[in-house]
Write a protein that binds this ligand. Structure first.
Ligand code: ATP
Ligand code: MG
Length: 292
């Protein structure tokens, strides 16, 4: 009998493909090409990667074809507009960030959602748009398009669009301006409705734990400094996103050493403020791995 293998559905190629693979590699899983382009094997664990179009990932995972999947929140929401997604989402992954925005031609006199009532709006996200329209108590004609949504107004197919935006350049080039934030999105790890079979439970838990570690350590820093004991509270408050720092005595009784893990970026401005509050010998070190 062949050994059971855990299956993780990932985007084959596209905006999430590379970062998904980085997450997998960062978790110590060594991916090699399998029998075909659709399947990668993890050579050091009983895991296969199903490489598919991102649109297929929610269905694959929901049908238990894959135990886990990495997909944009936008795609998940569009697929399951009425489901409680918190039951499906294992964790947010911090990459693939983008926003779904309502945009109108530059000359359009936009005064709020009412301005698009009764208009034609082109989108690849009809379900999400429908929900937004209903939340705003308006109706409009939804023109569903697979891609190239941004050219719809110019081609007189629609009066407005609802599309994904990350930098806004595409909108600008097409003479459009964003007017409403419809949905914020990032890549999420999703799980199948059925628990993994018992043989795979420990692998499943390991993958989830390691993905959590990789996600949390991305951008995280280890910060060390010396600080005057009587400014300790002020200094700790300045350290960004640190849970509970370690405080150690120094030979000089008026001083302590602070060690802290920051789960946010540490900017020069923060270091300036720490310095001004009396901190000295400040070191900011990258964290390679972290197991929360
Ligand atoms: P597939 O061939 O797998 O169906 P696709 O063309 O539908 O790919 P991509 O353009 O590769 O999808 O985008 C995948 C996901 O990346 C999006 O669903 C979204 O979650 C995320 N994303 C991040 N930034 C952007 C952006 N600027 N535009 C579009 N998607 C973005
Ligand atoms: Mg797609």
């Amino acid at each position: 009998m062949t050994e059971p293998r855990l299956r993780i559905a990932v985007q084959k190629s596209g905006r999430l493909a590379e970062r998904s693979l980085e997450l997998i590699t960062g978790a110590g899983l060594r991916a090699i090409r399998g029998a075909n382009e659709l399947l990668y094997r993890i050579e050091n664990h009983p895991i296969d990667l199903l490489r598919v179009r991102d649109d297929d990932i929610p269905t694959f995972v929901d049908d238990n074809v894959a135990e886990l999947g990495i997909v944009g929140y936008n795609v998940l929401k569009e697929h399951f507009p009425d489901k409680d997604l918190e039951e499906i989402i294992v964790m947010r992954l911090g990459f693939g960030k983008c926003t779904l925005k309502l945009a109108v031609p530059i000359g359009f006199d936009y005064q709020g959602p009412q301005s698009v009532a009764g208009k034609r709006i082109a989108t690849s996200y009809p379900n999400i748009l429908k929900a937004w329209l209903s939340d705003n108590g308006i109706t409009a004609d939804i023109v569903e398009m697979r891609g190239g949504v941004e050219v719809a107004p110019r081609m007189h197919i629609a009066d407005a669009i609802c599309d994904l935006v990350s930098t806004g350049t595409t909108l600008e080039v097409n003479n459009l301006k964003p007017v409403e934030l419809v949905l914020k999105s990032e890549a999420v790890l999703i799980k199948a409705p059925h628990a993994p079979q018992p043989d795979l439970a420990h692998i499943y838990d390991m993958v989830v734990r390691r993905f959590d570690g990789v996600t949390k350590s991305t951008g995280a820093k280890y910060v060390m400094m010396n600080a005057p004991r009587d400014h300790l509270d002020e200094i700790i408050n300045l350290i960004p996103g640190s849970g509970s720092p370690t405080i150690m005595n120094l030979v000089d009784p008026s001083m302590v050493a602070i060690h802290a893990v920051c789960d946010e970026s540490v900017f020069w401005e923060t270091l300036d403020r720490l310095k001004a509050a009396g901190a000295s010998a400040i070191l900011v070190l990258p964290i390679e791995k972290m197991m929360p």
